[in-house]
Design a protein around this ligand. Structure first.
Ligand code: NOJ
Length: 565
């Protein structure tokens, strides 16, 4: 009997789940992905030329780090014009062609929005500089008089996230706030024009057909800068409970409520994911359907390769997302942290952790990457961890090059480094360039197939051995493993639930999904025997198989009978 209209209205359980809930999203750092015009910088036509590669890999969506006009003071996160393409990377027409090519292969597109700060080259900031103190143009940013005699000292002793003072003085003596590099002045989100302009930007890209947005530094837009401003030490003592002057303020969600109305005015609604480094107990505020809808969960990215840490984080995060109505996002690598193959292969743990994600200190340089790193072990653990993640309910973010088993590039000549962290700490922190080196597409030739010219960051000789063309035809390669996993994952997709199966071992995790798909990861070294009553067949083994047991530092997937072909 056909359903009545009322029944149809209420049967939301039958509606297909929105695409992003369990998507595999592949992060492209455009300047380092593929360089079509051979000028050394990756570009939009380069991405278009590699759409087949992305489709064969089996990703559901790509997230593009900023490709907007930029002076590249911070790898493109210093945006000079939010509604354009950097001429070195292409044109808006190139963007439309890329979008159409990705959509034609069923791949969705997420773009990066950077609302906390603009570039100092942005027309607004240039106008603010020219207009002088007290002008309306300065109101769009955070200008203050300095302290001390003649205001020659910064208004406060606050330190920027990239090192050095968070204030910069301009020619007429005023200071402006920049929580990141001095070329990234913070916007004043109390200003209605700032709010209006970002809505315009979200509509601009949504109208062009992008499917979603990744929101940079989503937790820092709103600020309470009521005088007197606290000192750095006072700031550190203020609880981050929604009323902190700079971080994770409750009133930031007024902005996202407005954005949500914009996203929901499209069909299908545009998605958003927050980059919010906040207390785990507050992340759900960003992930709520009435706010951005999803938020990155960086807990695994900061965890050791350790079964019990993984289990605790996953259990906690699944509970948090269930409460927010969102789905989880699992991340092990991105353009800001040391590649996880390298973190997991370090021979010399640091004081804080065995897997430092940050690029701080000299840990990668001391002893040199070869002495300090067990590459094979790092990669073994990395693929085990990634395949574990890909079995979990929720969406997984992959970072370009991890499917090739790339390690961090540690030995970049200081003269060729680009990251402001390196310069602002005078080299004390080596920065993030090592995970942003252009991809090796071929085993030889200039730029290893990235582009004709010298790549903007130098590729080490060992990149040649990991080139796409060398891995494509090798069934035992890391690339082949990722391809197999992503294609299987689509077939095995099931409801967003997980049941832990006790293994009797602290170093082995095993779980089952509602359709019987099982994932087993051995974080230790002793093999974990596979029992006769598996309830299915082994369809994937990061150790390469054949599999009578689960070797140390490896993952297997078991598919219910009949679901594996
Ligand atoms: C987070 C981005 O991921 C990072 O690359 C950037 O430097 C900062 N936000 C500032 O925009």
């Amino acid at each position: 009997m056909p359903a009545t209209e009322t029944e149809l209205d209420t049967r939301t359980d039958l509606a297909p789940a929105p695409w992003w809930r369990q998507a595999v999203v592949y992060q492209i750092y455009p300047r380092s992905f593929a360089d079509a015009d051979g000028d050394g910088l990756g570009d939009i036509p380069g991405i278009t030329s590699r759409v087949d590669y992305l489709a064969e890999l089996g990703v559901d969506a790509v997230w593009l780090s900023p490709f907007y006009p930029s002076e590249l003071a911070d790898g493109g996160y210093d945006v000079a014009d939010y509604r354009n393409v950097d001429p070195r990377l292409g044109t808006l027409e190139d963007f439309d062609r890329m979008l159409a090519a990705l959509h034609a292969r069923g791949i969705r597109v997420v773009v990066d929005i950077v609302p906390n700060h603009t570039s100092d080259q942005h027309a607004w900031f240039q106008e603010a500089l020219a207009a002088g103190r007290g002008s309306a143009a300065r109101e769009r940013y955070i200008f203050r008089e300095g302290s001390g005699p003649e205001g020659a000292e910064p208004p406060t002793d606050w330190v920027s996230i990239f090192g050095g003072s968070a204030w910069e003085r301009v020619a007429d003596g005023q200071w402006y706030l920049h929580n990141f590099a001095r070329e990234q002045p913070d916007l004043n989100w109390d200003h209605p024009e700032v709010r209006e302009d970002f809505v315009k930007t979200l509509r601009f890209w949504s109208d062009r057909g992008v499917d979603g947005f990744r929101i940079d530094v989503a937790h820092m837009l709103t600020k309470d800068l009521t005088e007197p401003l606290p000192s750095k030490d006072e700031l550190a003592l203020i609880p981050r409970d929604g009323n902190h002057p700079l971080i994770d303020r409750d009133d930031v969600h007024d902005i996202y409520a407005q954005w949500r109305a914009v996203f929901n005015s499209y069909d299908p609604p545009r998605t958003a994911v927050a980059e919010a480094w906040v207390d785990p107990s507050r992340i759900h505020l960003y992930a709520r359907p009435e706010s951005l809808g999803q938020a990155f969960n960086f807990d695994l990215l900061e965890a050791d390769f350790d079964a019990q840490s993984f289990r605790r984080i996953i259990t906690d995060n699944l509970a948090l997302v269930a409460a927010s109505g969102s789905s989880s996002t699992w991340v092990l690598s991105n353009h800001d942290v040391v590649r996880h193959a390298t973190r997991y292969g370090l021979r010399t743990p640091t004081a804080e952790s065995t897997v430092p994600t940050r690029h701080g200190g000299q840990w990668l340089l001391d002893g040199g990457p070869e002495e300090g790193l067990d590459r094979a072990r790092g990669l073994r653990r990395a693929t085990a961890a990634t395949m574990f993640l890909l079995g979990l309910p929720g969406s997984t973010y992959l970072y370009q090059g991890e499917e090739l088993g790339l390690h961090e590039v540690a030995d970049i000549d200081p003269a060729q480094r680009q990251d402001p962290t390196f310069f602002r700490t005078e080299g004390a922190e080596i920065g993030r360039d090592g995970c942003r080196v252009p991809l090796p597409w071929h085993g030889d030739g200039p730029g290893l197939g990235f582009g004709a010219a010298q790549p903007h960051l130098p590729q080490p000789a060992w990149f040649a051995n990991l080139a796409v063309t060398l891995q494509e035809d090798d069934p035992r390669s890391t690339l082949a493993l990722y391809r197999r996993a992503l294609h299987l994952r689509r077939r095995l997709e099931t409801a967003e639930e997980l049941e832990w199966i006790e293994t009797g071992r602290d170093d082995v995790l095993r779980f089952a999904r509602p359709n019987g798909w099982q994932v087993i990861t051995n974080f230790g070294s002793d093999p974990y025997p596979l029992d006769a009553s598996l309830g299915g067949e082994v369809v994937l083994a990061t150790s390469g198989g054949p599999v009578a047991d689960v070797p140390g530092e490896s993952t297997v997937w078991i598919a219910p009978q009949g679901m594996s072909d």
